[in-house]
Design a protein around this ligand. Sequence first.
Ligand code: SF4
Length: 82
Amino acid sequence: MISFRSLVNSAKLTISAFFKKNGQMLASKVTQKERWKICKKCEFYKQRGRFLLWRKPKCKVCGCYLDWKIKADYLHCDKEKW
Ligand code: SF4
């Protein structure tokens, strides 16, 4: 089940990414790849189910969808891993 908090976090990320698509608010591709590598090895990485939004991996700490979180340059890992 999707929590309200994760929906709010994801909505914020999506709106920010939409409006800042060509700005520096998006992390570089290199940074995104580094973040993704760290998250995939993290104990708080949560692979989801098989359908639509439930398929997207999430962070167990903040509840964010990781494929969106790693793209936002202004966000950071709550466990200070990146
Ligand atoms: S954001 Fe941080 S705590 Fe969450 S999965 Fe990635 S590395 Fe782990």
